[in-house]
Write a new protein. Structure first.
Lengths: 485, 797
């Protein structure tokens, strides 16, 4: 049995949607079909936050809301959820505290970024103390939002001022009980779409599935070889928006239960492919603080809320911020064809530029990391034009242990220096078991620079990357090693 | 008093609820068409053939137009009409419009675009200033400003300092990309609804293109989602496209660029290359200066000549230079025509001398503050600019005040100690002044008109040619009108800007929006108020109690009107308006204003182009990572003389916003092109403007209390552009920090000082052997993928 419509709530109103409409982006649907034009689209790639809305996930009798970018979210991805837009934030004539403070505090100038900023701050204001989520500072909550007018000061001040304004509970404005109940009833069976697109010259139906088990997912993939996997959509939707791809068939993975969650198995940590960067961040905060520090520089809250581990691995960018860390942590990638799992060391998994060891009917199911890495020292370096929310020019992860003044367990991985992230085995060999001295580091730097083959591109010249290959080791030495001496 | 209050931005409430409507938020009309275009695939080439035959198979596709379909003139341009609307013969930048497409919906348009077949014979493009110089490719004629005998000063100088300074361009990055909707009217009439700083220009270019009178076209603009100069002239192309579609199809037409398209095809801040020679004496006095400025104008003239003029007029910044020769020339390249961006050449001109001040200090091993301070404008005869206008400002006092309040001296010493000991970081501090001339240098633009309507309930409508782009113009004008008529600001509404109400208007630009339009509105108010006072005087006159008719005695305040001699008898402004109407008193007025006393002769390079100067100074402290070149602004102190602010809340927003934009220009915003002329940094993923994390930890803003400001309306001073140039302090501070590596050596840093640029400089200073090419081009050109790995088009000279 299949369901041919999706069901969700928008600003408290039940919505049934079917046909090609569910394949458009949420922002397009809001603006064109609902005339909710408060949600703005600027970049259509998740880098400016102007399209930010709240996405509510039912959990038991509550709804947990998160800020997401509506320009890189398909409407069918709302199935079973509640979306709140800028128009649904105020309660009648009563402005939300963030709105009030922004209005009174010169928080808007041209106003085009304002709805997105208000929504990002409203999401942060919803984080309560019992949650595992940490309330972010205003700056942190707004890393995914750009404003070109204000210079940000007035917005940050407004965010502070909003904390002092009393407000109602969102649960009173949108009582979750009834919403959750109806969502459950309407979405009991999985959704699948097949609809002919009149804008295509040939009569190719567009198809979309939202399977809930691995078995079903792979079965669909076996029948529809051209179908693309869609995880959080934070990359695929960008490519669609920019007209780089136009997939006729999509299989959404987010409801596949086997891909969810983080668990321990023997000596290993297993991270499901569906784990979002937000979930990983919450886990890391308690279990692996260094990883939490890395995630602070990773994308924006909106992207972290949607982007998944599997999606990031599949994107296979040589400057993906997570990869150097996974390389030095000797991660293995678990791929699955519905029956068998293969565990592939990450270094082997990436065979070339965006070339993965992934077979036709497999999907990326999980990452496995030996727990032993948790007790080693690690440092992650990211060099980019802008500190926050910028694709890296160069990344590095260094793992080490110092035993009697000598390097042990030393592992180095660089990103942005070739077609894939690489482990610097020769450099590691130079450092291993040697006394930690400045001379050794300089020697290692020369080797490191010789091990890489960076290019010049939109982010920097190859010369800069070559230089960083050396200087980053010095940085590591002065900031991590010599300070101990 | 209504002025001086920090009233909220006009649209604040509807902006925070999402109710404010921008052009593309407007409800779609029945039958409205979606408009797009197909542009040149190359930066330079001859158009050979256009084949549209396969378009007509696409469901939902409606029409395609080329230059042959243009009823009127195919050339436009704000100063010189040298820019074709649609390419006829030669393509001159990547993405230059060739075919305009109209479709029933966005997906049909998306299908249509790749079906347009364009054949172009590619020719070698020139993209950088050096490439253009080799081709002798220029726009307009060179400009010169000259005083005294530079050559003599140079020969006698104790120190001769020379070099080449580069600054790259900058994308305006307004959040709302270009958007225009056009509607057909009766007969030839056409209505344009656009996101533009210049409705009058759109009216005129559309009329020219369609071959109809200006009076057939009405252009309006409610608000813009940011502009920063990028919508002063560049809204013309999308307006022309939509207007052509409306004319040809008789249907409403909408075009809204996506961000990538907008960044690819619209002009930006001009990159500059400035060759300088400075004659300096033993004491560090700048006795002579010669600068040859070249800007990268892109393919067409646009505003490039005026921008070069402003750059030349700002090279002196805050310094008196007795012997000076400045020459400027705009280079024609195969990039989209570069255009206005907050500062309008001022930042590029000022950057040259602020860079030089650091060089002088480095060479003489002196504190750069002392060098700046001793060369600063002062009393006569040290108050005369190279073009002959007198500087009536308090620059020395401002420098002195911020030097004290920022604790510059102590911090400079501490930084010296820090740099001696730190193995991981370098710090630097710098204090730079800023003097920015207010007025359009094209004198005729310094005029404005305003329309005031008082309605029978006493509510007031004000309309001017001023457009709202976030800068707060509309609330300020409301405040001015309210104060003139003695009503609360809430009683005044700023109406949609439209060429039907205000004609022959100048662009909202040059920081002069409030000065010009506020003055025109005030003039209109004064005329109405005089009539109302006359009428009220009659109303209050009471011969029985000996109260003669006396218009001079009528008070207008807080929405009430009374005779000063008999305050107990009052009427509300609304009651007065109704009675005045019934007595056939004219309740409407148009005001006009022209800035007095401005004039500049571009041929002699002499005159008084500016009504006044907005001045200020900034102290910036930065910290650099010695291993990556990444740096951050730790603290910034800003001091500005903006006279008596009309709305301090709005003005503070302008100050911080402008400063952070300037910070972006000098630090992280880098335009990178492929060597075939395609922009690579074409979206916020690859072009980084400052974000929330980039605001300095410690930001202090003070307004200088000038007892006698020589400003404009209500003694306020323009504030839009000046703060941007305060960010040069951060750039100077980075130079200063790098100077610690090898004292006495001049640091060859360019704008933007990206982390790569800083590490490159650092490497060169520490170990020239390990350094890679010094900047020799104002824009980095990248090889096409698959070609060689070298990145710079031009190597070290």
């Amino acid at each position: 049995m299949k369901r041919d419509y999706i069901f969700f709530f928008c600003n408290g109103q039940p919505i049934w949607a079917k046909g090609l409409a569910v394949l458009q982006t949420l922002s397009a649907w809001l603006r064109k079909e609902r005339q909710l034009t408060g949600t703005k689209v600027v970049c259509a790639e998740g880098d400016c936050g102007a399209c930010t809305v709240l996405l509510g996930y039912p959990s038991s009798e509550k709804i947990k809301y998160e800020a997401v970018n509506s320009c890189i979210l398909n409407v069918h991805q709302l199935d079973g959820l509640h979306v709140i837009t800028i128009e649904g934030l105020a309660w009648g004539d009563r402005l939300h505290p963030v709105q009030q403070a922004m209005r009174d505090g010169f928080g808007s100038q041209c106003g085009f970024c304002t709805p997105g900023i208000v929504m990002a701050l409203a999401a942060n204001a919803l984080v309560d103390s019992e949650s595992t989520r940490k309330k972010l500072t205003a700056k942190e909550a707004l890393i995914g939002n750009l404003c070109r007018c204000t210079g940000y000061e007035a917005i940050i001040d407004s965010a502070e001022a909003s904390k002092k304004i009393n407000s109602w509970k969102l649960a009173d404005q949108y009582p979750p009980g009834a919403i959750v109940k109806q969502l459950k009833v309407e979405t009991k069976i999985p959704f699948a779409l097949q609809e002919v697109d009149p804008s295509l010259e040939q009569e190719i139906p567009r198809k979309c599935w939202r399977p809930r088990t691995l078995k079903d997912a792979i079965e669909i993939k076996r029948k529809h070889r051209e179908a693309r996997w869609l995880a959080g959509g934070t990359d695929l939707c960008v490519q669609i928006n920019k007209e780089r791809i136009d997939p006729k068939e999509l299989i959404a993975t987010s409801e596949i239960s086997e891909l969810c969650g983080i668990r321990e198995e023997g000596n290993d940590l297993i991270f499901g492919g569906n784990v979002s960067w937000r979930e990983l961040e919450e886990w890391a905060q308690l279990n692996w603080p260094i990883v939490k520090d890395m995630l602070d520089l990773f994308a924006s809250p909106q992207i972290r809320n949607r982007g998944t581990i599997a999606g990031n691995l599949a994107n296979a960018s040589p400057v993906a911020d997570s990869l150097p860390w996974l390389y030095v942590s000797e991660a293995e990638i678990g791929t699955c064809d519905g029956e068998k799992w293969r565990w592939i060391p990450i270094e082997k998994f990436y065979k070339g530029y965006k070339l993965l060891d992934l077979r036709k009917f497999e999907l990326i199911g999980a990452i496995r990391i030996p727990k032993s890495h948790q007790s080693l020292s690690q440092r992650l370096f990211k060099v980019s034009k802008r500190r926050d929310l910028d694709i890296s020019t160069f990344t590095a992860a260094i793992q080490w242990q110092i035993v009697e003044g000598r390097f042990q367990q030393i592992r180095l991985a660089y990103g942005g220096v070739g077609p894939t992230v690489i482990r610097l085995h020769k450099t590691e060999k130079v450092l291993l078991s040697k006394p930690c001295t400045k001379d050794l580091i300089e020697q290692a730097g020369k080797i490191a620079a010789a091990e890489i083959s960076p290019i010049s591109d939109v982010r920097s010249s190859n010369h800069y990357r070559n230089r960083l290959a050396e200087t980053i080791l010095k940085k590591f030495f002065y900031e991590e090693i010599s300070v101990l001496a | 008093m209504e002025t001086g209050k920090s009233l909220a931005h006009d649209s604040a409430e509807i902006q925070v609820t999402g109710a404010a409507l921008y052009t593309d938020d407007t409800v779609t009309n029945a039958g409205e068409l979606v408009v797009g275009f197909v542009g040149s695939p190359v930066a330079h080439g001859v158009l050979k053939r256009i084949d549209l035959s396969s378009l007509y198979r696409i469901p939902g596709f409606v029409a395609a137009f080329t230059w042959q379909d243009i009823p009127g003139v195919n050339l436009f341009g704000p100063v010189i009409a040298d820019e074709p609307f649609l390419v006829k013969d030669v393509c001159e930048y990547v993405g230059q419009p060739i075919v305009v497409l109209a479709a029933e919906n966005a997906s049909a348009l998306r299908k249509a675009r790749p079906q347009v077949q364009i054949e172009v014979e590619e020719e070698t493009p020139w993209l950088t200033i050096s490439q253009a110089l080799k081709q002798n490719s220029f726009l307009g004629t060179p400009r010169e400003i000259k005083r005294g005998d530079f050559e003599g000063a140079w020969r006698k100088a104790d120190h001769q300092i020379e070099g080449v300074f580069y600054s790259n361009g900058q994308e305006q990055f307004y959040l709302e990309s270009q958007a225009v909707i056009t509607h057909p009217g009766e007969g030839n009439e056409i209505l344009i609804q656009a996101s533009t700083q210049n409705p009058t220009e759109l009216q005129e270019v559309v009329a020219h293109m369609l071959g109809i009178g200006f009076n057939e076209v009405v252009c309006s603009c409610r608000r813009m989602g940011g502009a920063f100069g990028g919508k002063e002239t560049q809204a013309a192309l999308p307006a022309l496209m939509a207007a052509l579609v409306t004319k040809k199809t008789g249907r409403s037409a909408r075009i809204a660029y996506d961000k990538d398209t907008d960044m690819h095809v619209t002009g930006k801040r001009h990159p500059f290359r400035s060759e300088y020679q400075a004659a300096v004496d033993k004491e560090g006095n700048l006795l002579g200066l010669k600068v040859e400025l070249h800007s990268n104008g892109g393919a067409y003239t646009d505003l490039s000549l005026a921008i070069m003029e402003r750059a030349l007029l700002h090279v002196d910044n805050a310094y008196f230079i007795k012997n000076i020769t400045l020459r400027g020339q705009v280079c024609k390249t195969h990039l989209p025509p570069n255009t206005a961006f907050r500062g309008f050449g001022g930042p590029q001109g000022m950057a040259v001398i602020e860079n030089l001040m650091e060089d002088i200090a480095a060479k003489l091993r002196r504190d750069p503050y002392e060098i700046r301070s001793q060369n600063c404008y002062g009393n006569s005869p040290r108050d005369s600019t190279p073009y002959g206008q007198r500087v009536e400002s308090r620059l020395p006092q401002i420098l002195n005040q911020i030097h004290e309040s920022s604790d510059y001296k102590t911090r400079l010493e501490k930084i010296g100690q820090f740099n001696e000991t730190s193995l991981t970081h370098l710090r630097g501090i710098s204090l730079t002044p800023m003097k920015f001339g207010i007025s359009f240098t094209a004198t005729f633009l310094n005029q404005a008109n305003a329309l005031i309507n008082i309605l029978k309930d006493g509510s007031i409508q004000v309309s001017t040619g001023g457009t709202e782009m976030g800068q707060g113009l509309t609330v300020k004008i409301r405040q001015i009108v309210a104060e003139e008529l003695g009503v609360p600001s809430e009683q005044v509404k700023y109406m949609t800007t439209s060429t039907e109400k205000n004609h022959n208007t100048s662009p909202t630009a040059a920081s002069a929006g409030t000065d010009l339009n506020g003055m025109a509105a005030a003039n209109a108010c004064q005329a109405i108020r005089a009539r109302l006072a006359e009428f009220a005087a009659e109303l209050f006159a009471d011969t029985q109690v000996g109260l003669s008719k006396s218009p001079e005695a009528i008070e207008f305040s807080e929405g009430k009107v009374w005779d000063r001699r008999c305050p107990e008898k009052q009427v509300t402004f609304g009651e007065l308006a109704l009675q005045a109407y019934r007595n056939r008193v004219n309740l409407g007025e148009r005001g006009f204003y022209r800035t007095p006393g401005v004039g500049f002769n571009q041929f002699t390079g002499k005159g008084s182009p500016f009504h006044y100067y907005t001045t200020g100074a900034c102290v910036a402290e930065v910290e650099i990572d010695r291993f990556t070149g990444q740096w951050k602004l730790e603290r910034a102190d800003l001091l500005l003389d903006i006279g008596h602010s009309i709305n301090p809340g709005i003005d503070r927003g302008q100050i911080v916003g402008g400063f952070v934009q300037g910070l972006g220009w000098v630090s992280m915003e880098e335009l990178r092109y492929q060597e075939d002329g395609k922009l690579l940094s074409c979206s916020p993923t690859s072009y980084k403007i400052p974000n929330f994390g980039d605001l300095p930890k410690d930001l202090r803003i003070e307004l200088y209390e000038n007892p006698a400001p020589n400003g404009s309306i209500r003694k306020s001073k323009a504030v839009g552009e000046p703060p941007l140039m305060l960010a040069l302090a951060a750039f100077a501070a980075v130079k200063q920090a790098l100077g610690h590596i090898s004292p006495g050596k001049i640091v060859p840093l360019a704008i933007p000082a990206t982390s790569e640029e800083v590490l490159r400089c650092m490497t060169w200073l520490e170990d020239p052997e390990a350094a890679w090419g010094l900047t020799n081009s104002e824009i980095p050109l990248i090889s096409k993928p698959g070609q060689s790995h070298t990145n710079m088009a031009e190597k070290v000279a």
